[in-house]
Design a protein around this ligand. Structure first.
Ligand code: GLN
Length: 517
């Protein structure tokens, strides 16, 4: 194997660090809602709302972590600070669960823990992703494969975590939740120690120069950093615009929930996420230091990130409506054993890990023949695979009466197609953001990329409430959702439309990328 195709050792350090961090994140997430409902005795609505806000906010803070890394700390320090804050957050969750019988102690500790996890993730997530790309020269063709391998680390962690944390924490005895949170804390500490002790040796360029240092110490970024301070007018306009949108979205939230009532269920956190998703990207793209080419490339990231919202909103039904479907309408018998519905959650990471080598080989096979699709085409392909997954299941359940169970083959095919879509879209998206961002904004742009996940996680919750219920008439923007076929076709049409429009835009986007594939 030539030096050009082997990946640097640093990739495997980042793989292992991210694997432990995701173990911690998904392990806690797997038992979090159960902890709230079974130990703290919160009702389902409150628990779901807290859960939805948490999963939205963890993907909002990468904006802050990305900004601070680019401007002051560099990726390495940001990752370590973020990892330590997250370990503290998991420890606070552990302390909360130790005292679950005293809500006056347990509830504040839980919120403090969540706040730490949200903040810590903001420092960790965009910066580790940026480091992966920075291990390679800007035009290195191995980047897509590197991000795909890194993404496998994400999924090894997210496969093992719910099994382990569920095994020790979700035993039916509420006093055991603490062991799940403690495991998540230990996982985070292992990840932190690995990165801390090995970064100097492995997170380096092929010539041995340190990567991820603060901008002043990094010749690559310092040289290109014309320090143009943001004008007060732009800052004021961004703050004012955000506040205005928060009010508007809060007022309209009830309407979009499908109940047609304007002032019901104002969701302040959702409104903040949607508003920031609009104003902060505008703030960044109006930065005076950007050249025309840089601005065009950033616009490409924005346009694709917009389409990617639809991907995650439909994909994330896995934890919501698709779990109801697994529970209520899927025959889960294998011989005499009935598989628990929650096991379907593991299908995605397992399939992903198995298919990673297939996808990395596919991209390198196509690249050698000069016909590897461009990044926007891969994103559109991901959306199309997602749509096909929903079409397959929609036809699988067509004319099936409520209460009748269908074969597992439908849900399994859906997860297979969705995972192929994810492999085509998600790691390639990270790689594309890294390639298209100006070096001095690279971590901040990762933060912007994760904004689409923040929005999508909120949007997914709203869409899952259209899951058909007998005797309840639901309609989404005029489209009646009367049965499961309509419900699944809603996601199929949404992602197919996003995919087709993105395909049509690909030529223009490619031009705007100015030579980057
Ligand atoms: N499974 C991925 C992760 O945890 C999803 C990331 C995303 O952007 N939604 O990293």
């Amino acid at each position: 194997m030539s030096i050009k195709t082997a990946n640097p050792k640093g990739l495997y350090l980042l793989f292992a660090t991210e694997m432990w961090e995701r173990f911690s994140y998904y392990g806690m997430r797997a038992i979090f809602i159960l902890y709230m409902t079974q130990a703290l005795l919160f009702n389902k609505e409150l628990a779901s709302e807290i859960y939805g806000s948490y999963t939205g906010l963890v993907y909002l803070t990468p904006l802050i972590g990305g900004y601070i890394a680019d401007r002051y700390w560099g990726n390495r320090r940001s990752i370590i600070v973020g990892a330590l804050i997250m370990a503290l957050g998991q420890f606070l969750m552990f302390l909360s669960a130790c005292d679950y019988e005293q809500p006056a102690v347990a509830v504040p500790l839980m919120f403090a823990g969540l706040a730490a996890l949200i903040l810590g993730n903001g420092f960790f997530k965009p910066n580790i992703s940026t480091l992966v790309g920075d291990l390679y020269a800007p035009s290195d063709h191995r980047k897509d494969s590197a991000f795909t391998i890194f993404y496998m680390g994400v999924n090894v962690g997210s496969f093992i975590a719910p099994l382990w944390c569920g095994f020790v924490g979700d035993t039916g005895n509420p006093s055991d939740f603490k062991w799940g949170f403690l495991s998540a804390c230990i996982g985070m500490v292992i990840g932190t120690l690995l990165f801390w002790t090995l970064k100097n040796k492995y997170v380096v360029t092929p010539e041995g120069r340190a990567i991820g240092m603060p901008p002043a110490k990094s010749p690559q970024t310092a040289a290109q950093q014309p320090d143009v301070p943001a004008s007060k007018t732009r800052i004021a306009a961004t703050i004012f615009g955000t506040a205005l949108l928060v009010v508007l979205f809060s007022l309209n939230y009830g309407y979009f929930q499908g109940n047609g009532t304007l002032f019901e269920q104002a969701d302040f956190i959702g409104a903040c996420i949607y508003a920031i998703c609009i104003t902060v990207p505008l703030f960044i793209i109006t930065d005076k230091s950007l050249t025309a080419i840089e601005r065009a490339r950033i616009l490409v990231i924005y346009i694709i990130a917009f389409f990617v919202i639809f991907f995650w909103a439909a994909f994330e039904q896995a934890g919501a409506s698709l779990t109801f479907f697994a529970n209520e309408q899927t025959d889960r018998h294998i011989g005499s054993w009935e598989m628990p519905a929650s096991y379907f959650q593991s299908f995605n990471p397992v399939i992903l890990v198995c298919l990673t080598p297939v996808f990395t080989s596919l991209w390198s096979f196509l690249s050698k023949r000069n016909c590897e699709p461009s990044s926007p085409v891969k994103q559109a392909l991901g959306l199309m695979l997602l749509a096909i997954g929903y079409v397959v299941i929609a036809f699988g359940v067509r004319h099936v009466e409520p209460g009748v169970k269908v074969s597992m083959i439908w849900l399994t095919s859906l997860y297979l197609l969705h995972t192929m879509g994810e492999l085509s879209l998600s790691p390639i998206g990270l790689s594309m953001v890294n390639k298209l961002s100006p070096a001095r904004f690279s971590s901040l742009m990762m933060g912007v990329w994760y904004l689409s996940t923040a929005t999508a996680n909120k949007f997914a919750g709203a869409l899952s409430s259209y899951y058909p219920e007998e005797g309840v008439a639901k309609s989404f923007l005029g489209y009646p959702v009367t049965d499961l076929f309509d419900f699944f076709m809603l996601f199929a049409m949404m992602s197919a439309a996003a995919s087709v429009i993105l395909f049509l835009l690909c030529k223009t986007l490619k031009r705007m990328m100015h030579g980057i594939e």
